[in-house]
Design a binder for this molecule. Structure first.
Ligand code: GLY
Ligand code: MN
Ligand code: MN
Length: 438
């Protein structure tokens, strides 16, 4: 059961930050899958964060310069039995007011006609261009009309402002309620990884393991996978966004699984585990796994208030490069290899990202010259890896890769909450220490 009072509190904070600015936040629309079939609906996260309203095509207005009782306006699909019999019931205008706390609700068909009147009195307009083409053309037309009239009326909104500074800084710092939800997403996802590791054996298809994981998500009440699950045996693990998930798992290979669930209210987990399909590492696999594990431990230790994403990345990179030099997969001075990026054919991605309502959640990593400092309540992933294949050229001066290493792809990814005095890993229930998984 979703607690709708949290949305009211968020709206109050958002409205108080807007000043005399109108904010227009559109819902998502349905996306065509093929022919006249649509993908499952996925609400826009900004819209969800402020409304908790889970229908397509709606638009929310936040109007702090209007009197109390007229500041939160929702445009929604009207009730229409001929459509509801096909697509399910709608809350309609009455539900928008009674259940979702709108001060005023209209049919979304009236949005083009009414938006101009609601913008009267606003200094500027918070609206994200480039993401909602239908709503955008209506907003720009209404704004242009106001500019045309401004000489006689004496005012018009001056500028369009992206919602990021207002809204995404709020979303980046998770409320206690959100942290509780993310703990649940993390627990379900970690349990699914444990189940998958215990049931995996040589000869299975990647898709069978995907089915085990996603079945567990659904059985536990999650909405489903938060993103396309990656179930990648052997060399497929070196393809960062592998989602074909249709190869046989070979005795002697590793299996890399990157999967997390999304809850009913869209909070996500994002976990990667890598383990031997037959339960025992080869010596090459173990050597590389231990390096990635140590790199992840170092990176997690770096997560604490005042630190930043770059510091965490560098903590992981240093341990990876030192380990690769020890194994002879890289040669030269550690600092020089790092400075020149001469390890990027083996580790080519960043070490993490914000996590929340979006898997790659909103929030800046840098503000101008300065890295954003971690604060208690932020949640991020820590996900170093090594991918040994010949897909990328070996940088000049570095050794060619011996066949015995090729086809080993390893990533270990956990979800980490920044706390007052350090961090808490939310996903520890999925085992990852070398001795625990083989
Ligand atoms: N699962 C996507 C990522 O790890 O960023
Ligand atoms: Mn991730
Ligand atoms: Mn992931």
């Amino acid at each position: 059961m979703i607690d709708y009072s949290i949305f009211r509190t968020r709206r109050e904070r958002f409205l108080s930050q807007l000043g005399d600015v109108a904010a227009i936040i559109p819902a998502a629309s349905l996306v065509t899958h093929h022919a006249d079939v649509e993908h499952s609906f996925r609400q826009d996260s900004d819209f969800w964060y402020l409304t908790g309203f889970d229908e397509p095509d709606a638009v929310a207005l936040f109007l702090p310069y209007r009197p109390i009782g007229e500041q939160f306006v929702l445009f929604v699909n009207p009730k229409e039995s001929q459509l509801e019999v096909w697509h399910g019931s709608r809350w309609g205008k009455e539900g928008a007011v009674e259940v979702f706390g709108a001060d005023i609700a209209h049919s979304v068909e009236d949005f083009p006609r009414r938006i101009g009147e609601y913008l009267n009195g606003s200094d500027s307009i918070v609206f994200r261009i480039g993401k909602h083409p239908k709503v955008e053309s209506i907003v720009l037309k209404a704004w242009a009309e106001q500019l045309d009239l401004s000489a006689r009326k004496g005012s018009a909104p001056n500028a369009l402002i992206a919602p990021c500074p207002f809204l995404h800084q709020l979303r980046l710092r998770k409320e206690p309620y959100e942290i509780e939800r993310m703990r649940i997403a993390a627990r379900i996802s970690a349990e699914a990884h444990e189940l998958a590791r215990k049931k995996t054996c040589p000869g299975m298809n990647e898709r069978q393991v995907q089915a085990l994981i996603e079945q567990y998500f659904l059985e536990q009440g999650a909405r489903g996978p938060a993103y396309g699950s990656i179930v990648a045996g052997g060399d497929n693990g070196c393809v960062l966004h592998y989602t074909a998930n249709n190869a046989v798992l070979n005795d002697g290979d590793l299996l890399l699984i990157d999967a997390g669930c999304s809850l009913e209210d869209y909070y996500n987990a994002d976990i990667t585990r890598t383990f031997p399909v037959n339960g025992s590492f080869t010596s090459e696999q173990r050597a590389l796994y231990e390096i990635v594990f140590s790199a992840q431990q170092a990176a997690i230790r770096a997560v604490s208030p005042g630190q930043n994403a770059e510091f965490i990345h560098q903590a992981a990179v240093r341990v990876l490069v030192e380990g690769l030099v020890d194994l002879g997969l890289l040669v030269g001075d550690i600092d020089e290899i790092i400075e020149q990026g001469n390890y990027c054919h083996l580790y080519m991605h960043r070490t993490g990202h914000w996590l929340g309502l979006d898997v790659h959640d909103v929030g800046a990593y840098r503000l101008g010259e300065y890295p954003v400092k971690l604060e208690p309540g932020m949640v991020l992933t820590v996900e170093p890896g090594l991918y040994i294949s010949d897909r990328l050229p070996v940088p000049e001066g570095q050794p060619s890769i011996d066949e015995c290493w090729k086809g080993i792809g390893i990533r270990i990814e956990d979800d980490v909450l920044v706390t007052l005095d350090g961090n808490e890993v939310l996903t520890t229930e999925a085992k990852s220490a070398p001795g625990e998984i083989d």
